[in-house]
Design a protein around this ligand. Structure first.
Ligand code: ZN
Length: 375
């Protein structure tokens, strides 16, 4: 199994600002944990640094006037019309190097797709990618350029059928939007319900339009959904759709803001449940591009994405975090010195509520989506 990790040290140059929850340093922390586990120099895995995507490559999806605005904002000063494009104080700040950061992220996901297309790798992980909220002419939810869409379009240009699966705690609205009418791209997103969490979408009824009806799949989740509720629900929806759609290639967004300690969301997964989901996606995928995504509790990000990279390489990791990682564990205040989380069972009534909610969603997906796929 040939694998590739797409990673750049250039993230150090960029910063959303001191108050922003998206910390670029989470990427370096993840990389150092991978190194500590000796996953950065595996014989079957190449490590590749991306080139920034050209404006032309990004314009395959994004509007030209929006890209002009991103370029103008690269100085770190907001141009007068920035707010019209979703830029400004708050979620999508204007910071120095904004356009270069977007180019690098886009370049990483395009490279990930190209490594699959050239046959150089069968599974690729670009953990700085997965910025799934960006819209054609608008920044949204910390995302400026939609690298996931650009990777999928790379495959579509070669006529491949793509399954996109998004396990971030937030709805993958930008990717759904891009392929809402396209029956050659099946999007599946599991996320905290949109009436409780940004971006406010991702209901089962959003099933696609025109020829694409039945090709946008959403599984909303109740707050406090934990791994024991999530994994059986995932199992009832995801493998049957993989089997019916039979993708040539899979793009997976692996946000870990679904974790029980994430400060921005209310789901309750643990690293074990996340890793199990990644493992199932890997088993089901003929070729696989994994992207990162949300994750605002840094120790979770490092542990989850290191565990995901081990899954892609079929390596079992020692549960105790390596001693060589100790300085980072101290600096980032790791609450656990193991890769896996200790048990932390939810009160029974919360579990029941989450279970009942997701069962209603599963039933609705079976009614609205499954008939399209003769399931
Ligand atoms: Zn998220």
């Amino acid at each position: 199994m040939k694998t590739a990790l797409v990673h750049s040290e250039a993230w150090k140059r960029f910063d959303y600002g001191p108050q922003h929850p998206l910390r670029m340093e989470r990427l370096g922390l993840t990389w150092r944990l991978m190194q500590a586990y000796e996953l950065a120099s595996l014989p079957q895995a190449m490590v590749r640094a991306p080139e920034p995507a050209s404006e032309e490559a990004i314009a395959v999806y994004h509007a030209t006037d929006y890209l002009e605005m991103l370029k103008a904002a690269n100085s770190g000063r907001a141009p007068a019309a920035a707010a019209r494009f979703g830029l400004g104080p708050g979620d999508n700040p204007v910071f120095p190097g904004l356009w270069e950061a977007a180019q690098l992220c886009a370049g990483g996901s395009i490279l990930a797709a190209d490594l699959i297309l050239s046959g150089e790798a069968e599974r690729v992980f670009h953990f700085a990618g997965g910025l799934h909220h960006a819209m054609p002419s608008r920044a949204s939810g910390f995302c400026y350029v939609n690298d996931a869409v650009l990777a999928i379009l790379r495959f579509r240009a070669r006529g491949l059928r793509v399954l996109y699966i998004d396990i971030d705690a937030h709805h993958g609205d930008g990717v759904q939007h891009a392929f809402y009418g396209d029956p050659n791209v099946l999007t599946i997103s599991t996320h905290e319900r949109g009436d409780y969490l940004f971006p406010g979408t991702g209901f089962v009824e959003e099933a696609g339009s025109g020829a694409g009806v039945g090709y946008s799949v959403n599984l909303p989740l109740e707050p406090f959904t934990d791994s024991d509720v999530y994994l059986p629900a995932f199992e009832q929806i995801v493998p049957p759709l993989f089997g019916a759609f039979r993708p040539d290639v899979v793009v997976a967004q692996l946000g870990i803001d679904s974790h029980r300690t994430d400060p921005l969301t209310h789901l309750a997964l643990d690293i074990q449940g996340f890793t199990r989901a990644v493992s199932r996606i890997t088993e089901l995928s003929p070729k696989l591009v994994c992207l990162g995504g949300g994750g605002y509790d840094l120790p979770n990000v490092a542990r989850a994405w290191t565990a995901a990279w081990a899954v892609l390489n079929e390596i079992e990791l020692a549960p105790a975090l390596p001693a060589s990682f100790e300085a980072d564990m101290e600096r980032y205040e790791f609450l656990t010195v193991t890769l896996w989380d200790p048990p932390d069972p939810l009160p029974a009534e919360r579990r029941v509520r989450a279970q009942e909610f997701v069962q209603r969603q599963i039933d609705a997906v079976r009614r609205t989506i499954f008939p399209t796929h003769k399931l």
